[in-house]
Design a binder for this molecule. Sequence first.
Ligand SMILES: C[S@@+](CC[C@H](N)C(=O)[O-])C[C@H]1O[C@@H](n2cnc3c(N)ncnc32)[C@H](O)[C@@H]1O
Length: 193
Amino acid sequence: MGSQEKVYKNAVEIAKVLCEQKLHYGDIAIDCTMGNGNDTAFLCELVGDSGKVYAFDIQETAIENTRRLLSDYNLLERAELILDGHQNVDKYVTSKVKFVIFNLGYLPKGDHRVVTKTETTLPAIEKCLNLLQKNGVIILVLYPGHESGTEEKKNIVEYVSNLPQKEYSVSHLHFLNQINNPPELVCIEKVKD
Ligand SMILES: C[S@@+](CC[C@H](N)C(=O)[O-])C[C@H]1O[C@@H](n2cnc3c(N)ncnc32)[C@H](O)[C@@H]1O
């Protein structure tokens, strides 16, 4: 039994565990960085057939790849795929949501020039905070291993560190003994409305 227990080796794995713990049947969630749709599909499975997932990306290929993936797993009806920046999230989502994920940076096998940027990520986080229901969570996976990611991480950590403690519980996880600036995780939980 003990030998089968999982060792968490990166921020993405821990993000998934938090996701599983928080997101339940019928919930509404947002994937702010759709990419190839892996996170969107995961969220769709968790919210079940009475839930809903809004997913955003600025690349047409992201929409196409995600549509294909969801349709392969019969999950397409649970999702709304939106070709627009997450900074415009409030134009599309008006109900309160339980869970939001940002998997920042660029698509590893995609166009590395299309990367998330502080000037759009921060307004998106702020808007998602307003959409979050009580006990809802925003997860950010940060990639400080590339140049603009270092800057983005610095700005995000500074911003979330200043959120009022009475309203939000904010944590930051980073692996201390891994080389090459591994991904980090920020978790924001809404304590009260
Ligand atoms: C690390 S990838 C996401 C990986 C994805 N979650 C998956 O499961 O495959 C980051 C994505 O963010 C997208 N992106 C960049 N700026 C954006 C913005 N302003 N709004 C929405 N998506 C954005 C990129 O196009 C890229 O697909």
